[in-house]
Write a protein that binds this ligand. Sequence first.
Ligand SMILES: *Cc1c(COP(=O)(O)O)cnc(C)c1O
Length: 433
Amino acid sequence: MKFYSTNNNKKSFSFEETVLKGLAEDGGLFMPEKIPPIEKDFIKNIEKFSFQEISLKIAESFIENEISESDLSDIIANSITFSAPLVSIGKNLYVLELFHGPTLAFKDFGARFMAKTMGYFVAKRSIQLNILVATSGDTGSAVAHGFYDTPGINVYILYPRGKVSLIQEKQLTTLDKNITALEIDGTFDDCQRLVKTAFVDKELNEKLNLTSANSINIARLLPQAFYYFEAYKQILNKKLDSIFSVPSGNLGNLTAGLIAKKMGLPISKFIGAVNSNKVFAEYLRTGIFNPRPSIQTLSNAMDVGNPSNLIRIREIYSDILKEMQNDIHSESYDDIQTRKGIKEVYENYKYIIDPHGSVGYLALRDYIKFNQQFNGVILETAHPAKFKDVIEEELKIEVQIPERLAACLNKEKHTVELSSNYEEFRNYMLNKN
Ligand SMILES: *Cc1c(COP(=O)(O)O)cnc(C)c1O
């Protein structure tokens, strides 16, 4: 399979180039030249396959022979190391728990697969890479953990000072070795701007061999398609239409779901559930894209004012708005509603949902209106313990912190403080390397 940049569909790239570059030199995002259909028989027999077997099948159809089957199989065995259980909370109503990885967020899937894939190519080429990641919360820690101690790869994580939760900050700033946390005096969009500017800075790129690890890297995106297949496998009544509600920010998760659908996975509708950062909901309604600075909310990993992956969704649908509207619905919920959602899910279903999942729940509820003739699936993207304070406030219960999270809370924070000025960031990177 060849890949192209969304800014120029004439030039094609191998999977290896695509993964190592992250973002195309012309500033575009990489996309596969076509979305490979998956055999109907595979879908029909999906219950016979393990999560890793499903993952291998999907990965192979994009990567083809660029990585041998046995190497790819190793990469998957080392990255898809935890489950994605579909928990039934009501009649035909499910929560897809994507938080069973090391940093308790769905980003562990993408980050680990990408880290192992990059590690594979870096070893093959005997090169040194510097990875830049802007994070509004969960990306950074998932990426840091995925790459931790990988030979030949240094990771710099840019996060907005004071705008991530204490737990998220601890997860970002308590690793050492090849991981450096940069604490930026600005917003997530500033962090993203610094990273994007660095990638189009020719001199810096040549000196540092830069690459990205955000949801824009194709190796982050692809493995996110795996768990949609895994979720479908676990649906009990496959005769009903299935609707998946995806708590969305940068739209990587939703894009991966749409790719799975295009491959032939029978999901009838996707809901792009957003918080008060509602650029995507507006776009889908009006066709007008009006990016703007992000607003801080409780579901802070979704605080994105200029969602990068929208361009990929537009590519998948050849930029035909009507077709996007057929497959996707989007709705926005503010923090007051998010809090109510957490309460409602607990009262009605005895399930503790985090603020991101709550936005997903609200959007699904309002879309299907409790109609049990659909399978409703809410993607739960973070473990509720990461948002302990809000949940305890709303539910008046104590939320247990899982062991793997508790461990990093006792470690000391290490960061480098920088302003949101590009020159300052650039000088830091040049002096460091
Ligand atoms: C990143 C993140 C999201 C948003 O996912 P996108 O792929 O950026 O749309 C939602 N929830 C959590 C917990 C996240 O970490």
